[in-house]
Design a protein. Structure first.
Length: 198
């Protein structure tokens, strides 16, 4: 078991986990000299209250399939096992104090970080690794993250989103090559995004 881990944390609903998630994790791992990138599917994300989210068991299985065979990626189910709303600060608190944490988020998410529960503690506990997003200025992100440490990752513009992939799947279009093959096969075999699920 590693001690004093330099750990990237990449959370999200992963509904489904797609290639942009994996590329963000890869960029952070390489650029920031991380030991591991931990993918954490959200349990009950407070930001998505009132919206339908695919059952946690499906999202967990898809996350495992998304990172399969990549030695420096791992999946962690602590948020889907936790009862109640999912808050990032609780997740950060659950890792050993000796771990050096890097929270990997999109620029749009980083810009909204001041609205998070215990936002100041989040900034104190983790470095924020920001993935560029179209239309989000670095100056706006810098203002939002004032008082914390952040780095701007050098990544290309990969315009994938869970919303877009779910819509494609429900419309009967293939999402193969936008997600890893194991995820695509799971979505197809389990009819995860069938019209009957809304």
């Amino acid at each position: 078991m590693l001690l004093n881990v330099r750990r990237g944390i990449l959370g999200g609903t992963f509904d489904p986990p797609h290639l942009a998630h994996l590329f963000a994790g890869e960029a952070a791992y390489r650029d920031l000299n991380l030991d591991v990138v931990t993918f954490i599917p959200a349990g009950a994300p407070w930001q998505k209250a009132g919206r339908t989210v695919t059952p946690a068991d499906d999202r967990w299985q898809m996350t495992l399939l998304a990172i399969e065979g990549i030695g420096y990626f791992e999946a962690d189910d602590r948020e889907i096992r936790r009862e109640g709303w999912t808050y990032t600060v609780d997740t950060l608190r659950s890792f050993p104090v000796a771990d050096e944490l890097v929270l990997i988020v999109g620029a749009d998410t980083a810009r909204g970080l001041p609205s998070w529960n215990e936002a100041q503690e989040v900034l104190e506990r983790a470095t924020i690794a920001v993935v560029p997003r179209p239309g989000v200025l670095e100056d706006d992100v810098a203002e939002a993250l004032a008082g914390g440490n952040y780095v701007w990752l050098d990544t290309p513009d990969v315009r994938l989103s869970g919303t877009m992939l779910r819509q494609r799947a429900r419309a009967g279009h293939s999402i193969r090559f936008l997600v890893r093959d194991g995820v695509w096969r799971y979505v197809e075999s389990q009819a995860v995004y069938a019209d009957t699920q809304g």
